[in-house]
Ligand binder design. Structure first.
Ligand SMILES: [Fe+2]
Ligand SMILES: [Fe+2]
Ligand SMILES: [Fe+2]
Length: 479
């Protein structure tokens, strides 16, 4: 039956809630909450409310133009992704494992209605800022039919079945420090897995017939049918604990790569915005299907790296259950949805599949690059000398900033948009490239910092004077 009353186009010229200046001032206000300010620790165990966003820099940043494929891993992107995940997760319930009374003020602040309101205002701008690149990077063309999409997705199931290796797992195994690389990988997963299925649970409310009940089946599997010890996030806690990592959400907040945050945000984005429900169906089909093989390969690599100490139950459980989940999404959700809502929804489903695949590929490459970068600490340290010599002899004249910092001063992890040279005038600085991983830099030493690579620093002398030169491209400096 057609709707009897046509709804006229509604436009309002009176109030522009998508005004950039309005967004920016709300973002700066949001950053004033002291849960988000810089910290003096690398990790923060058992306090899910505190997440450093480096908000003192917010007013310098320009978010007016969306990101594109070339600048997805910039400082602005890291900031936007850290902030957006914080906003999304203010809809989730977090309680610390211990000492609630000491953290009660943080708990109240995190869920404070003013902060929530500011979060709701900045959320759509950040989403557009981060994810608009998908509109140009992913094109879905052609006349899709139910049969064509089924074939396409069945082919993908076959491709996954026939996959025998993963570049990410090879990178871990070939790293000069496979244990560190594997832990870095687990840390990337922890951002999402310790709150597993929370994003998808945004889709179980409402009224949408049998699809709703099918989705609910998936969700209850993820939640271990109410048996806490089998809840997937609990299984992942055990994996982390078995290799000596903390298992509370966001302990390792500072060590999430930009793309890991982006992947996590993507699922929140398409699940929070219900106009993207069909896109979600494609994305979840991708996630459930690809996970069958990636979990198998992860379990293998982790066993190789950690030996029998690793608790791999999380991964082994997914090899099993995601066979079912992949089929359930295709047979019980995607196919019935197309039959009921028409073939016009197919491009949205395919788009979700392609978008999730693309962001996963971006995250894989980012992780691989970070492992190589951390492995090559000595190489980048050695490169500081010839680059510094070029500055000294005047062949290059980059912009320089000098910092004088006391013992223990910590620079929260961040990235730069171009290569930089960090050169120590006096004192000692630990240049940090991952959790518990650093290069010691003494006076007269330095390091080249590669663009887009996550790093931080901490001072290990009474005082340290160091210079940061914005060299743009270190290879050009040396050519
Ligand atoms: Fe799961
Ligand atoms: Fe699953
Ligand atoms: Fe830096």
């Amino acid at each position: 039956m057609k709707t009897a009353t046509a709804i006229s186009q509604e436009t309002s010229t009176g109030l522009n809630i998508f005004d950039y200046e309005y967004f920016k001032s709300c973002l700066i206000e949001y950053g004033k909450c002291n849960l988000f300010k810089d910290t003096e620790e690398w990790v923060l165990d058992d306090n899910p409310y505190r997440r450093t966003l480096r908000p003192h820099i917010f007013h310098h940043l320009d978010f007016s133009q969306p990101l594109n494929r070339q600048n997805l891993l910039t400082y602005n992107s890291l900031t936007a992704n850290r902030t957006l995940l914080t906003v999304y997760e203010s809809n989730f319930v977090f309680l610390p494992k211990h000492d609630f009374s000491e953290k009660r003020k943080d708990f109240e602040k995190f869920y404070d209605s003013r902060l929530q309101t500011l979060g709701s205002i900045i959320q759509p701008w950040l989403e557009q800022y981060i994810f608009s690149f998908l509109d140009t990077e992913v094109t879905v063309t052609g006349n899709w039919t139910a049969t064509a999409v089924e074939e396409y997705f069945n082919e993908y199931i076959e491709t996954v079945k026939n996959t025998e290796s993963s570049l990410v797992m090879e990178t871990i195994e070939n790293s000069i420090d496979p244990v560190h690389a594997a832990k870095t990988f687990l840390i990337q997963l922890a951002g999402d897995f310790l709150v597993e299925s929370s994003a998808m649970s945004r889709n179980i409310l409402g009224s949408f017939g049998s699809l709703q009940s099918e989705l609910f089946k998936l969700v209850i599997d993820e939640y271990g049918y109410g048996v806490h010890q089998t809840k997937h996030s609990r299984l992942f806690e055990e994996t982390l604990e078995s290799v000596g990592l903390e298992s509370t959400p966001h302990t390792y907040w500072q060590f999430y790569l930009t793309s890991s945050l982006m992947l996590n945000n993507y699922f929140n984005y398409i699940c929070a915005d219900h106009s993207k429900f069909f896109r979600y169906l494609g994305a979840i089909f991708y996630a459930e299907t690809s996970f069958i093989k990636s979990c198998e390969l992860m379990a293998k690599t982790l066993k190789k790296v950690f030996g029998s100490t690793i608790n791999n139950r999380y991964f082994l459980e997914h090899v099993h259950i995601d066979h079912h989940h992949s089929r359930m999404v295709l047979d019980k959700m995607i196919k019935p949805a197309i039959a009921k809502y028409g073939e016009k929804i197919i491009p949205e489903i395919v788009r979700g599949f392609e978008e999730a695949k693309l962001i996963t590929e971006i995250a894989d490459q980012d992780f691989i690059d970070q492992v190589h970068w951390a492995d090559e600490g000595a190489k980048y340290k050695a490169l500081a000398q010839p680059v510094y010599a070029k500055i000294q002899d005047g062949s290059i004249n980059p912009k320089m900033q000098q910092f004088i910092e006391p013992r223990g001063e910590l620079s929260v992890t961040h990235v730069h948009d171009g290569d930089e040279l960090c050169y120590i005038e006096s004192g000692v600085l630990h240049f940090v490239t991952g959790n518990n991983r650093y290069t010691v830099l003494n006076a007269g030493e330095g390091t080249v910092i590669q663009r887009n690579r996550l790093h931080g620093a901490i001072i290990d002398s009474e005082e340290c004077v160091y210079n940061i030169y914005s060299i743009g491209d270190y290879k050009k400096c040396l050519s």
